[in-house]
Design a protein around this ligand. Structure first.
Ligand code: NAD
Ligand code: MG
Length: 403
């Protein structure tokens, strides 16, 4: 057996957000790897927000040592569902942190939104390898999280397909030889819609992504292109490059997952089918490789790859993200918080689609009239910016509902 295989045998794994789209794909991949004898693992902890039924089902199948439900009110339901299994349980936000604190060496951070920040940071401080899907964490508190990972001697392995692609082709030893990162965007379900069609878009239309099957929040972000805006900020935290050197191109086939351009004009890309089990597999085995059940590319069938510039008029979210990262300080955290509140209101039927960016822009304008720290270097500062963004966004949503 190779050294790499032996090393993988020791893996202890925790999945924060195991019941979501990324969490389910991660467990599916682990099961696949175990069946093939590629990896043996012990699941240390699984967490979910409210889905007790799926969490309990996963726990009975994968036998974690600890299971946590974020919603405190569901403690008894979880205990009842796992009675007699001997699996330790916990409930409430502190239980999510307890799950992250346990001794796993690879932690999948797949909670959606800034709600994942505290648990992810807790795992980072232990020096675990953080497979990061939860991009909102980096947008809200990127400096805090990356500093914690570096200080504890851990590593950040990007799961987001664009960042995973760049991670695979980025020359970390010669970052000054990189001239541009090119993030690809599918364009989402409204790529060809007019602004007036978008004005009437329903939640069901917004979550119907053409290429990827994902959770509701990121699906709406893909429809507004805020997802790409958040990814721009995410990339600026993960890679040693300025946000000004990051470009976005719409590539509707989602075959090229992103690209790195070097000073000599060479462009390196990573390609694959739109299946998150591929980037998850990369982070699981890195720097080795492990098989994944994802479908393979059939180039003759794909026939052509196309590219277009994103439309700034129909998709203002990209501009808002660029302005936020350029301003720095509280702005990215407030952008993220406002967007989370606005997307939740849209999904609940309380906000129009185009008002998601409208509310976010309004919050950023209000934030611009205050003085915050130029750089968020503590967790408290990030949490305060997040809370202020949420407060202002809730007021803006309510004002629009009353109008
Ligand atoms: P999802 O909505 O399907 O799942 C989210 C998970 O987080 C669930 O397990 C849920 O129980 C948990 N959760 C939700 N709210 C929580 C809270 N307040 N406290 C604790 N736990 C909570 O989302 P997803 O599509 O799996 O996305 C997860 C993260 O990964 C997001 O940050 C998303 O942007 C990122 N991501 C997802 C994909 C994808 O293909 N789905 C791709 C790239 C990046
Ligand atoms: Mg992505």
């Amino acid at each position: 057996m190779t050294e790499a295989k032996k090393a993988r045998k020791a893996r202890r794994i925790t999945i924060l957000g195991s019941t979501g789209s990324i969490g389910v794909n991660t467990l599916d991949l682990l099961e696949f790897a175990a069946r093939r004898g590629e990896a043996e693992f012990q699941i240390e902890a699984l967490t979910a927000h409210r889905n007790v039924a799926l969490l309990a089902q996963q726990a009975k199948k994968f036998r974690p040592r600890f299971v946590a439900i974020g919603d405190e009110a569901l403690r008894d339901d979880l205990d009842a569902a796992l009675a007699g299994t001997g699996i330790e349980t916990g409930a409430g936000p502190s239980a999510l942190e307890d799950a992250a604190a346990r001794d796993a060496d690879w932690v999948m951070a797949a909670i959606v939104g800034a709600a994942g920040l505290h648990p992810t940071l807790r795992a980072a401080k232990r020096g675990a390898s953080i497979a990061l899907a939860n991009k909102e964490c980096l947008v809200c508190a990127g400096d805090v999280l990356t500093a914690a990972i570096a200080e504890a001697g851990g590593e950040l392995l990007p799961v987001d397909s664009e960042h995973n692609a760049i991670f695979q082709v980025f020359d970390f030893e010669r970052p000054e030889r990189v001239s541009r990162l090119i993030l690809t965007a599918s364009g989402g379900p409204f790529r060809e819609w007019t602004r007036s069609q978008m004005a009437a878009a329903t939640p069901a239309q917004a979550v119907a992504h053409p290429n990827w099957s994902m959770g509701a929040k990121i699906s709406v972000d893909s429809a507004t292109l805020m997802n790409k805006g958040l990814e721009l900020i995410e990339a600026a935290h993960i890679f040693p490059i300025s946000h000004e050197q990051i470009e976005i191109v719409v590539h509707p086939q989602s075959v090229i997952h992103s690209m790195v351009e070097y000073v000599d004009g060479s462009v390196l890309a990573q390609l694959g089918t739109p299946d998150m089990r591929t980037p998850i597999a990369t982070t699981l085995a890195w720097p080795d490789r492990t098989p994944s059940p994802s479908a393979r590319l059939d180039f003759a069938k794909i026939a052509r790859l196309t590219f277009e510039a994103p439309d700034p008029v129909r998709f203002p979210a990209l501009r808002l993200a660029r302005e936020s990262v350029a301003q720095g300080g509280v702005f990215p955290a407030m952008l993220n918080a406002a967007n989370e509140v606005a997307v939740a209101a849209f999904l609940a039927g309380n906000l129009k689609f185009l008002d998601i960016a409208g509310v976010t822009e309004q919050v950023l304008e209000q934030a611009g009239r205050r003085n915050g720290p130029a750089r968020l270097s503590t967790l408290d500062e990030a949490v305060a910016a997040d809370q202020e963004g949420r407060r202002l966004a809730a007021l803006a949503v309510a004002a629009r509902a009353a109008a």
